[in-house]
Design a protein around this ligand. Structure first.
Ligand code: ATP
Ligand code: MG
Length: 137
């Protein structure tokens, strides 16, 4: 069954949005397969976002992700990657629709609360990176 890697970013954790966010995925009908609170170090954050390493905002993005604990999760279900992206909303909160997580809880693109895998292939890579011990299957 399809799985997606979903991460609540440091601002989402600090603002107390963990319950609200997990609730939205649960109520949709997706199955929680893995969840942990952890802080990551710079090289790990750089690896997670390696496809964006040439972007001008890359350094700031890495600083943001290492600024506090994140909640790393694996959610499972039919079309969970694409549907998860819809639940999350557009990257820029100014463009994310009300009713989406970013549309409801974010204002700044550099503080947009949550990450979701953008393809099934990247979901597999991200799950292997964040849950390397085989606890998710
Ligand atoms: P994510 O990968 O975090 O789920 P996304 O897939 O919607 O987000 P990406 O293009 O992969 O968007 O960008 C990754 C993250 O980089 C964004 O979520 C945001 O936090 C940050 N970001 C993207 N564009 C900008 C920008 N123009 N300025 C500052 N930060 C940005
Ligand atoms: Mg992305």
């Amino acid at each position: 069954m399809e799985q997606s890697f979903i991460m609540i970013k440091p601002d989402g954790v600090q603002r107390g949005l963990v319950g609200e966010i997990t609730s939205r995925f649960e109520k949709k009908g997706f199955l929680l397969k893995g969840l942990k609170l952890l802080s990551v170090e710079r090289p790990f954050a750089e690896k997670h976002y390696e496809d964006l390493s040439s972007k001008p905002f890359f350094e700031g993005l890495v600083e943001y992700i290492i600024s506090g604990p994140v909640v790393a999760m694996v959610w499972e279900g039919k079309n969970v990657v694409a549907t998860g992206r819809k639940i999350i909303g557009a990257t820029k909160p100014s463009e994310s629709a009300p009713g989406t997580i970013r549309g409801d809880f974010a204002v700044e693109v550099g503080r947009n609360v949550i990450h979701g895998s953008d393809s099934v292939e990247n979901a597999k890579k991200e799950i292997a990176l964040w849950f390397p011990d085989g606890t998710v299957n």
